[in-house]
Design a protein around this ligand. Structure first.
Ligand code: SAM
Length: 231
């Protein structure tokens, strides 16, 4: 690996629900880093306290990542080992990280991402829908650009995986029926690794109907099979 300094960027996944999902290596890294960059410092300090760890924590989120990145790159050029976490899951997956990772690589700083919790992998596997080929779409844009995204996604010959919030899931399922057709296999997988973990499976029309009848709370992932996936 080509590097010019001993500084490092370590991307560290944190639990998406169950605290037991933190890995031994993530704990070790949180403790050994010179400082930790966090999406919400309060959330991360709480996690560190629960894990019995101490670390210097600084904010790194979507509102400051652009203007703070050069400063953190400089710190790593001076030899600092920086840990990067988000509120939950793997930074970079629908969370800030990409800008810092790219800038670190450009500055020839060693970058690593530890394996660990993320929501889309367990959701995809739990859905029971083919997971050999999939498209991860993250969050759909809240207003403009949804139609274009749906037209693109509906044409893909693979499983689709989307992040969604409880207040928008009904709208998203309605659009999914409209653009993909009601017959496709789908699943809403919610509250992964938490007390009320649940996978609601069916075809898109059935899920849309269910979403009207019950209020799904918490965090959720929508998985949609391709047109050709087994019914
Ligand atoms: N970085 C995270 C990851 O690696 O999965 C994702 C962060 S994104 C801001 C938050 C979204 O992830 C939620 O709206 C939901 O779609 C999904 N998510 C996070 N935790 C979840 C959980 N425990 N169960 C289901 N979905 C979850």
């Amino acid at each position: 690996m080509e590097t010019t300094t001993n500084g490092q960027l370590i991307v560290i996944p944190t639990p998406i629900g169950n605290l037991g999902d933190i890995t031994a290596r993530s704990k070790e890294m949180l403790e050994s880093c010179d400082l930790v960059l966090a999406e919400d410092t309060r959330v991360t300090r709480k996690l560190l306290t629960m894990l019995g760890l101490q670390a210097q924590v600084f904010p790194f989120h979507q509102h400051n990542e652009h203007h703070t990145t050069p400063g953190w790159i400089h710190q790593m050029e001076l030899g600092k080992k920086i840990g990067l976490v988000s509120d939950a899951g793997t930074p970079g997956i629908s969370d800030p990280a990409f800008l810092l990772v790219r800038a670190a690589i450009q500055a020839q700083i060693q970058v690593t991402c530890l394996p660990g919790p993320t929501a889309f992998v367990p959701a995809l596997v739990m859905s029971g829908i083919p997971c050999d080929r999939f498209y991860f779409g993250g969050f759909l844009p809240p207003k403009k650009g949804r139609k274009t995204r749906w037209e693109f996604m509906a044409s893909l010959p693979c499983t689709l995986v989307l992040y969604e919030s409880p207040h928008r899931i009904q709208k998203t399922l309605k659009e999914a029926v409209q653009f993909c057709g009601g017959e496709r296999q789908a699943a809403v997988v919610r509250e992964i690794s938490k007390l009320f973990e649940e996978a609601i499976r069916g075809n898109l029309s059935e899920l849309e109907e269910k979403s009207k009848q019950s209020t799904w709370k918490g965090e959720m992932v929508l998985v949609i099979g391709s047109e050709t996936c087994d019914q």
